[in-house]
Ligand binder design. Structure first.
Ligand SMILES: N[C@@H](CCC(=O)N[C@@H](CS)C(=O)NCC(=O)O)C(=O)O
Length: 210
């Protein structure tokens, strides 16, 4: 059975939901951020970058980075149809995932962990303020893409759980995400999916509680 290394509410939630959607058998291993387990010698052998998520396969090989993991889960469970096959739609799916990982998530990281981006603590409040605005601008962009659509692509795909994680961070950061009507409706549709609910409830996510 595969093992997902995760932390509740972290970006690993995207892979968690995708695993639930795929129908694959998996178990969870919580990586304890409180004890910096993500930087322990044993975990660094799984993900040398010291982050969640990571996915340990049945044969012991490991993958890290959400995009690689979700692509693997989608391709090894084709019946779930989580990444489209048509070339343009497939490329659009990968471009959205890349944008989420390399731009939107990174904006959030500047807010959540400013010490990684400036050693001068006096700069942190400004770094956080700029990062929060930049993150909100990205959420507004996603909200625009969802206008008149059920899902980010013409079908439900890995992009939708990934977007839900970003929305949940907006809620956690007390940003005005409820004003994003299309994104909020997308979040409500996601909450109706049994697979997404299972993962969110297991992680005791803020979206279930709010
Ligand atoms: N690009 C990576 C990002 C991984 C990442 O930054 N994970 C965060 C949680 S959202 C983490 O493990 N943080 C713990 C730390 O930075 O020590 C992915 O999408 O998998």
């Amino acid at each position: 059975m595969m093992t997902l290394c995760y932390f509740p509410g972290a970006c690993s939630l995207a892979s968690h939901i995708v695993l639930e959607e795929s129908g694959a058998k998996f178990e969870l291993r919580k990586i304890d951020f409180a004890t910096s387990e993500q930087r322990s010698d044993s975990y660094l052998k799984i993900n040398p970058n010291g982050r969640v998520p990571a996915l340990i396969l049945d044969d012991g090989r490991a993958l890290f980075e959400n995009i690689g993991m979700m692509t693997y889960v989608a391709r090894t469970n084709p019946g779930a149809n989580l990444i489209p096959r048509e070339p343009f739609a497939e490329a659009r799916c990968h471009s959205l995932m890349s944008f989420f990982a390399s731009s939107v998530h990174v904006a959030w990281a500047h807010n959540a962990r400013p010490e990684r981006y400036a050693s001068d603590t006096a700069a942190h409040p400004n770094l956080r303020e700029v990062a929060r605005q930049s993150f909100l601008n990205y959420l507004q962009m996603i909200d625009g893409w969802l206008a008149g659509r059920e899902w980010l692509l013409d079908q439900y795909s890995v992009c939708d759980p990934y977007a839900l994680v970003l929305y949940s961070w907006g809620v956690r950061g007390e940003l005005p995400v409820k004003d994003l009507n299309n994104f909020t409706a997308h979040k409500d549709r996601m909450l109706k999916r049994p697979a997404a609910r299972r993962a969110l409830e297991r992680e005791d996510n803020v979206l279930i509680k709010s």
